[in-house]
Every structure is written in structure tokens, then in C-alpha cells.
Design a protein around this ligand. Sequence first.
Ligand code: UDP
Length: 239
Amino acid sequence: MTAPTYKRVLLKVSGEALMGARDYGLDNATVAAIAQDVKGVVELGTEVCLVIGGGNIFRGIAGAASGMDRAQADGMGMLATVMNALAMQSALEKIGVVTRVQSAVPMASVCEPFIRRRAIRHMEKGRVVIFAGGTGNPFFTTDTAAALRAAEMGCDALLKGTQVDGIYAADPRKNPQAERYDTLTYLDVLARDLAVMDAAAISLARENKLPIIVFNIHEPGAFTAVMRGEGRFTTVVEH
Ligand code: UDP
């Protein structure tokens, strides 16, 4: 087997990506399909870690909009990500992928706490590490957590699975004429305010020279294809 191009990658999966056609919560078939794609990448010999969002269950900003204290509401959002991480762990283990969930919000009876060096060791042993609890701090997002963990884990790339096959100038589901980009710089994304990841995540990736690869998570096998350099995706790099 030839060495994989990417030795270690982090895949960010938003909570909404786990909803399937529902408008709230988890769709088991969708979680299972993403797990299958993760398995394909593990089988290429690439070490994989995941950051899972929580927007399918609760977003702090929505709680704050309805009158809650923002930090308190963000605590609920972080808990939502742990639920999603446990669901993804279950789906992966069902198909024989060994996993560990590590939460930035310690929850010892359901998962490990986040310990950077232990997470690296798990990946070296071929285990998929699922990072839950975001950064563990309110006022952040799981996009930023993904850039942070990818940098801490020494990942070669940060993959962002979205609903479309790359970055567009506008939402192509609303505007079919929207321009699609193959490559962009971090500054392009920031200056054009492209809705792909929040600015904190883009800046962190830029400072750490971490390429961001955006692809359609709902296309079966797309993650594996992207790791082989096939399929459609947009790359965000320095130049
Ligand atoms: N959250 C947080 N700190 C973090 C990451 C997430 O407080 O470092 C909370 C925040 O309330 C957020 C929620 O968790 O709305 C769910 O995460 P996010 O919105 O990033 O999920 P996604 O959009 O990826 O599903």
C-alpha cells in the first residue's frame, strides 16, 4: 500500500449534518453513512479525529436570543455536542472502528476528558478520536474548536464537511448562478466574508498553516475520495 498523502486529518461535522431530512436531532441513517465514510479513510491508513457540533440540538446564540444568559446557553450547546459525539461513537463502533470520545467539558462516566497527548497516542494506535464539548469555553464555536484541535494534534489538514461540494460566493441552493471556487486563500475567505467557517477558525488555521478542505459530507464516500485527491472540493491555503 502506498503511503497516504495525509498522515493525520481532522474532520469537522456540524450538528446539522447529522439531522438528515429532519429539522431537529439525529437521523441514524445519516450518522451511519458518515461513519462508513470515516471508516474508508481509516482504511487508507490515515489517522482521523473528528470534532462534532451541536447545532441540531441546541445553539447558545438561540438560547441567548430567547432571553437566557449567553454563557449559560453555551454550556447547553457544549453538552449537545457530547450527545452527538456519543451517537457517532456508537455508529463507528458498530462497523468495527475503534474510537475514543474526549470532551473538553469533563464527563468522566460517559467519555474521557480532553488530554492532548493521550489523544495523539490513541490516533497512533489507529483509534478515531472524537472531540466533544467544543473548546470548553462559551462564546466559541465548534468550527474554532476544530481548528484548535487540528493544530494541537498536528493534523495535515482540516476537513469541513458541508451540504455542498465546496465554497461558493453565495449559497448555491438559493442562487444556482453563484460562483464556485477551487482554491482560495485564508484572506479571501475573511475579506469576502464567505460563510464556510467563522473568522476565529479561519485565522487560527492561517496562523498554523493548516489547509482547510471543504466538501459535501452527504455524498457517499466523499471524505475518502477527497483524501485520495479525487472528487470535488475547495481548498483554502495561504497562496
Ligand atoms: N459551544 C461553545 N463553545 C465551544 C463550542 C460550542 O459554547 O467552544 C456551544 C455554542 O453554544 C454553540 C453550540 O455549542 O452554539 C453548538 O456548537 P456549534 O454551533 O458550533 O455547532 P454546529 O454549528 O457545528 O452544529
